[in-house]
Ligand binder design. Structure first.
Ligand SMILES: NC(=O)c1ccc[n+]([C@@H]2O[C@H](COP(=O)([O-])OP(=O)(O)OC[C@H]3O[C@@H](n4cnc5c(N)ncnc54)[C@H](OP(=O)(O)O)[C@@H]3O)[C@@H](O)[C@H]2O)c1
Length: 180
């Protein structure tokens, strides 16, 4: 249970294709990196506390800087996440721990299982929508559709469009959604 009066806000940062595809069971993004999205991701998460599922954490290992506080969600009590990484078994424990540390925002960085768990606690969703459809298979992982997000009370308050360019092989938008 989250302690009463918690001051921690949960933000979700995620990139989807036109079918809300985000990844797969075997790991990796379905698309080759989009520079504009990478820049946006790095800028938003700089210096922040991050929440990752164990699979995404392992996929991104080596990427974190000293200024990040990564939290990892795993069912494995013995999980050795490494120095300066806090591995816990429930999202509520992570939120309570962060609150005690005076952390005001945790940025949820995926993957699909962790987004599902985090959605009910999230106040902000920063959604990159890539203007293309990528290959899906039986193991594909998806983020909640816009309809589901709207039904949960999320509303778009900012939309940025980024056209295809020399640096970016595909156009994309960033939607900022907040729930009341
Ligand atoms: N497009 C994007 O923005 C984006 C962002 C991030 C990731 N991804 C992609 O998403 C895919 C990975 O997503 P995923 O869903 O397979 O894995 P994930 O969410 O990264 O991690 C799943 C793991 O989290 C732990 N977990 C899940 N539910 C839990 C619970 N209720 N309590 C405690 N621990 C729990 C388990 O770890 P244990 O097995 O250790 O118990 C589980 O195996 C990859 O393809 C990745 O590239 C995409």
């Amino acid at each position: 249970m989250i302690k009463e009066g918690s001051n921690v806000e949960l933000s979700i940062i995620v990139a989807v294709d036109q079918n809300n595809l985000i990844g797969s069971d075997s790991g990796g993004l379905p698309w080759k990196p989009v520079n504009r999205d990478k820049e946006h991701f790095r800028k938003y998460v700089k210096g922040k506390a991050l929440l990752l599922g164990r699979k995404t954490f392992e996929e991104m290992n080596g990427w974190f800087n000293d200024d990040h506080t990564p939290f990892v969600l795993t069912r494995n009590n013995q999980y050795e996440a490494g120095n300066n990484v806090i591995a816990l078994n429930t999202i509520e424990e992570i939120i309570n721990f962060a609150d005690e540390e005076g952390i005001k925002e945790i940025v949820v960085c995926g993957g699909a299982e962790i987004y599902k768990i985090a959605l009910k606690y999230a106040n902000l969703i920063i959604l990159t929508v890539i203007d293309d459809c990528f290959d899906a298979n039986d193991a594909s992982k998806y983020f909640a559709s816009p309809e589901v997000l709207y039904s949960m009370g999320f509303k778009i308050f900012k939309k940025e469009k980024f056209p295809k360019s020399e640096k970016n092989y595909v156009s994309m938008s960033i939607l900022w959604l907040r729930s009341d």
